[in-house]
Design a protein around this ligand. Structure first.
Ligand SMILES: [Ca+2]
Ligand SMILES: [Ca+2]
Ligand SMILES: [Ca+2]
Ligand SMILES: [Ca+2]
Length: 159
């Protein structure tokens, strides 16, 4: 009885290996590429591109435009994010998002009060939110919060 079970187990494990094998390799390659992309995005110097200390709003936008979060969350493709689109995109990360940016993040980012966050408002709002000391620049310690949010299970971990 024991022997039969072991045999059955071995056979099923073998079958699983056959099925999962090539797919796993592909997944792994995709994961490696993703991780490389993330590492590049998570590199402070990739953002601070102009040689002046800190990441200005323009530098932030230039580098972060490659992140797909805005386009992914913009469900109706109108170039604006409503609060509902943010919430749908964030899913269960919404609470941590609010902890990071404060309760009034949407009102703050929606600078013209249109009820939606345009792409410009989005990059400027984000830049302002990470600029904790409000000196107009994201320095390296401030950037570390941003790095976390781009990292694994962060809301910007979108490829
Ligand atoms: Ca700079
Ligand atoms: Ca939209
Ligand atoms: Ca707006
Ligand atoms: Ca700052």
């Amino acid at each position: 009885m024991f022997k039969t079970m072991t045999g059955a187990l071995a056979a099923s494990t073998f079958a699983l290996t056959l099925i999962a094998g090539p797919g796993y390799a592909l997944d792994e390659a995709a994961e490696t590429a993703k991780a490389a992309g993330r590492a590049q995005m998570a590199d402070y110097s990739a953002f601070d591109s102009d040689g002046t200390p800190g990441i200005s709003s323009a530098e932030f936008r230039a580098a972060f435009q490659r992140n797909q979060a805005f386009a992914t969350w913009d469900d109706d493709d109108d170039g604006n994010l409503t609060k509902a689109e943010f919430e749908a995109g964030l899913g269960n990360r919404q609470e941590r998002f609010e902890q990071r940016f404060g309760e009034n993040w949407f009102e703050t980012w929606d600078e013209d009060g249109s009820g939606a966050v345009s792409e410009t408002e989005y990059y400027e709002g984000l830049h302002g939110s990470y600029d904790a000391n409000r000196d107009g620049m994201i320095d390296e310690p401030e950037y570390s919060s941003f790095g976390q949010d781009m990292g694994e299970d962060g809301w910007f971990e979108i490829e």
